[in-house]
Each structure stands twice: as structure tokens, then as C-alpha cells.
Design a protein around this ligand. Structure first.
Ligand code: SF4
Length: 494
């Protein structure tokens, strides 16, 4: 009897952080296994399928979570494929992405292995230089470049004209094609064709359970700001993706997505993959108005990227979403006006989160009984021990006022931060009083190889003038634990 393997033109694999994580009993709390697939992967997969290619998405950490004995090698041996795309968007997938590439090449040496995402884009030269299992990297935005790549591979044509591609040519030389593609509109893309994903239903259930978010919904691409540690800000994106400005999807398309996904998978909440700031408040109002009009029964997770977030916005948000899983988050990282002023001077003039306006947010959150999360950190640039003590005092005051009541939905969170490749602090650490610890891809992949999955983010890649990486990790843990009561009493009752 002859077995014919199921054939795909392209498979996408979302890599794990570590290949064989030790989950133990608390698996469902292991946020660090990070099962989220970058939002763009669905759109790229759908884009290829529409062009007639057979496509499948596999989520490695999800598969392993569902079945501890699941092996990528066995899975790959039972299918046939020509191209394998691996996302290396978030840097914590550095080790996992490379290991997956090696496994793919071992099982199917004729398949082309392509990496994509911000981190792969940033380190494209080093990855191609050191890892022979990787054939190419699509830098920046991927739908059109990957389609062109797959078409060229299928026809055995030259790769010279594939936009945004870095690759090794037939004489093993690294070639870097120009970065010419960045989407002008996103309305031709479908971000919810999740039927291409193996175990899609479980993906939503586990996302909610492990990460606290059921579905990440793309709203646009780009960001007009430059927060010091972020690799997705305006200058970073211009460097990595060639994206010069923000593009937002039409609110009608976004509502269509919510409606589709709600009907198919009965998800409880959506996280909006773009934040609010003065220049886009009108957009959000329009979007929320449409959600109300469609009577979609869902919770929403929204981020405030820049203040103000007026009372009127709270009212619209309150009227639009069911309270149960809804939240509004803001990440000033510290309330020290001295630190914020320094950031406005060196990095981003809009980085202003005055305490008076944060207190106004708290007032409105209490008024509308909507969860407000305020994200702080220890280890922000220019932050001293005194600044941290002041932030801690603020958090303790909130704990005393709001910690015991479900009706006062305020939470102060503290988390250690990673300085992402391409961010302002990564590119000029000295300006921010920072020393980076791992500044080559080899070192980065190695540190993630040695790290363990844990609830707390545990790879701190820097020391500041005032804090070592170890104290950043431990102090953030302590801060988080001391305010945990607020987290536990927030949003538990409808
Ligand atoms: S952290 Fe700052 S720079 Fe990064 S996406 Fe958010 S607002 Fe933009």
C-alpha cells in the first residue's frame, strides 16, 4: 500500500521559547510559554491561501501544552511541504525559532526555511551568517514579500526581485534585497482566517486561560511614539520595516472581524492591538459606536498609549463592552516626573503621564466600575531608588483604598522589562544610563536557551546606573506580589 502524504505549499510554525518546557502542575499559569501567535501570521497565511497555495499554521507551544508527548519531528514526517515560515517576532522566541528551523531542515532538507517578524528582521545578517538551517528572512511586513518568495521558489526563479528578503544565494553569499514593501492599507487582509490553524478552538480557550486574553485583534500597523525600551515604536519600525506612518484598518472591517470570531468561537474578549492617543480618539469612538450598533456581546481590552483619556471615552467604553473581562491599561512605567521629563528630552516629547491625570483615570475607572491596570516597572532609565520608593508608596496607597473591594477595580502591576532590539535604549544605551548584556544574536539565543518558562518575565538584558539585572528581576517580583491583592479583587464581579 502506498501512503500519500498530505501536501502543503507553505506551513507556518509558531516556535516555543524552550523546546521541552517543564510545566508541572501549574501549567495553566505559565504565561511564559507564550502561546500567542503574532497577529500578522494569520493575514499572511490567508493571503497565500487566496492566491491558491495550500497553507497550515502549527502552534508548537499549544500542541505541546495539549499533548505533552507531541513531537514536531513526528508531525513533520507525516506531511509534505515546500516552504516553512517561522515567526521570530518577539525576541524570547530566539532560541526556539532556530531549533525549529533545524528540526524542519533535518526532516525535510529540500524545504525552504524562512524567518520573519521584528526580531528576525533586526538580526537578519547574523542569523543568516550563523545558522545554515535558515534559508532566508523576510524583513518587516510579510504578506506580499512571502507571496513573491513562494511564487519564485515554486517556479525556480531568481530571488533578486523579492522585496524585503535577505537570503543566501547559490554561491552561499548573503544577499539583502531592498526594503520596499510596507502595506499602504490593511483592508485587503484577513486577520481572522483562523481555520488555517491546527486546533484553533483550543488556541482561543488556552489564550484566555494562560495569557488572560482570548483574541488579539489587529487595528493597524505602526506607532507614532518612541518609548525607550520598545522595538515597535516609530523610529524602530522605520528602521526595521520601512514603515514611516501609522495605518489603521477601517472600523467596519474590525467590527466584521469581531463578529466573525465571536460567531465561530464564542470568545469572551478581544485585545485591541493598537492604543489610544489624542490623534485617534475619534477613530475609537466610531469603532465602539459600530460595535454597539451590532450589539456584539463581548469584553474589550484597551491600552492608553498617550493621555488624556477623557471621561467621555470611559462612558463610550462602558456602554460598548460587557464588564466581566474588560480592562483599560496604561503603562507610564513610573510616575516620577523627573524621569518622565528626561525621557521627553532624550527620546519622546510626548512621554507625559502626570500623576494628576493618572488620578483622574482612577476616578473614572471607579465611577464606571471598569478595570484599570497601571503598569509600572523597576529598572526604567534614569530611575533611582527614591523614584521606586515613591512609586511603591503610590501603589500601597491604591492597595489600601482599592485592594479589598471588587467594586473598586484598580490594579497596579509591576513587571520587569526587556530592552527590545531596535528600541531607542537598545540603539544608544549610554544615553539612557544603561549597559546591555547580550547584544549579539548568538548571545541572545543562548540566554533564552538557558532560561526557564516562568510566570515572571525572567530574562533581563541590561543593568542601569542604579539597578543590576538581578535586582531588577527580584524587586519587580516583590513589587508585583505586594500589590497582588488588587489584581485578585479586580473585575471578579459583574
Ligand atoms: S510601548 Fe510606546 S512606542 Fe511601543 S507601541 Fe506602545 S506606545 Fe508605541
Amino acid at each position: 500500500m502506498v501512503f500519500i502524504l498530505k501536501h502543503y505549499d507553505v506551513i507556518f510554525i509558531h516556535p516555543p521559547r524552550v523546546l521541552k518546557p517543564e510545566y508541572g502542575k501549574n501549567a495553566k499559569f505559565v504565561r511564559g510559554s507564550f502561546i500567542f501567535i503574532p497577529m500578522g501570521v494569520f493575514a499572511i497565511a490567508d493571503f497565500l491561501e487566496k492566491e491558491g497555495f495550500g497553507v497550515k499554521i502549527i502552534n508548537y507551544p499549544l500542541e505541546q501544552y495539549l499533548n505533552r508527548n507531541w513531537e514536531l519531528t513526528n508531525f513533520l514526517k507525516n506531511i509534505d511541504f515546500d516552504v516553512c515560515g517561522i515567526d521570530l517576532h518577539w525576541i524570547h522566541n530566539a532560541h526556539g525559532a532556530i531549533e525549529v528551523a533545524k528540526i524542519v531542515k533535518k526532516v525535510n532538507p529540500n524545504a525552504k526555511v524562512i524567518l520573519g517578524g521584528y526580531s528576525a528582521s533586526y538580526y537578519h545578517n547574523q542569523i543568516l551568517k550563523y545558522y545554515k538551517a535558515v534559508d532566508g528572512i523576510i524583513r518587516g511586513e510579510g504578506e506580499v514579500p512571502l507571496l513573491k518568495y513562494v511564487q519564485s521558489v515554486k517556479k525556480n526563479q531568481s530571488l533578486d526581485s523579492v522585496p524585503n528578503l535577505s537570503y543566501r544565494d547559490s554561491s552561499k553569499q548573503i544577499k539583502v534585497n531592498s526594503l520596499t514593501y510596507a502595506a499602504k492599507t490593511l483592508d485587503n487582509l484577513n486577520f481572522t482566517n483562523v481555520s488555517l490553524l491546527k486546533n484553533a478552538k483550543q488556541y482561543f480557550e488556552c489564550s484566555r486561560q494562560m495569557m488572560g486574553i482570548a483574541f488579539n485583534l489587529p487595528i493597524g500597523r505602526g506607532c507614532p511614539f518612541n518609548c525607550p525600551y520598545c522595538g515597535g515604536g516609530q523610529r524602530a519600525q522605520e528602521y526595521i520595516s520601512g514603515r514611516k506612518e501609522v495605518v489603521l484598518r477601517s472600523p467596519e472591517k474590525v467590527v466584521e472581524d469581531i463578529s466573525n470570531i465571536l460567531n465561530k468561537f464564542k470568545i469572551s474578549s478581544v485585545f485591541f492591538g493598537h492604543g489610544t492617543y489624542p490623534a485617534n480618539l475619534k477613530y475609537w469612538k466610531k469603532l465602539f459606536g459600530l460595535i454597539q450598533k451590532e450589539k456584539l456581546d463581548i469584553s474589550g481590552d484597551l491600552e492608553i498609549w498617550r493621555l488624556p483619556f477623557p471621561k467621555e471615552m470611559w462612558k463610550v467604553f462602558y456602554k460598548t463592552f460587557s464588564r466581566r473581562y474588560s480592562s483599560i491599561s496604561i503603562s507610564p512605567r513610573t510616575l516620577s516626573s523627573r524621569v518622565q521629563q528626561k525621557i521627553t528630552k532624550f527620546c519622546d516629547p510626548t512621554f507625559k503621564f502626570p500623576k494628576s491625570q493618572v488620578l483622574e483615570l482612577i476616578k473614572n475607572a471607579n465611577l464606571f466600575r471598569m478595570t484599570l491596570r497601571i503598569w509600572l516597572t523597576i529598572g526604567f532609565p534614569f530611575q533611582t531608588r527614591f523614584d521606586v520608593l515613591k512609586d511603591f508608596e503610590f501603589a500601597m496607597n491604591c492597595l489600601l483604598k482599592y485592594g479589598k473591594s471588587n467594586l473598586k477595580p484598580i490594579t497596579i502591576m509591576s513587571e520587569p522589562y526587556h530592552i527590545f532590539p531596535g528600541s531607542p535604549a537598545y540603539k544608544s544605551p549610554k544615553t539612557f544610563g544603561i549597559k546591555l548584556k547580550y547584544n549579539s544574536f548568538l548571545k541572545v539565543a543562548d540566554i533564552f536557551k538557558r532560561s526557564k518558562n516562568s510566570f515572571f518575565y525572567n530574562v533581563i538584558n541590561y543593568n542601569t546606573d542604579h539597578f543590576s539585572s538581578t535586582s531588577i528581576l527580584n524587586a519587580n517580583k516583590l513589587f508585583f506580589l505586594s500589590t497582588a491583592l488588587m489584581h485578585l479583587t479586580t473585575g471578579r464581579k459583574t
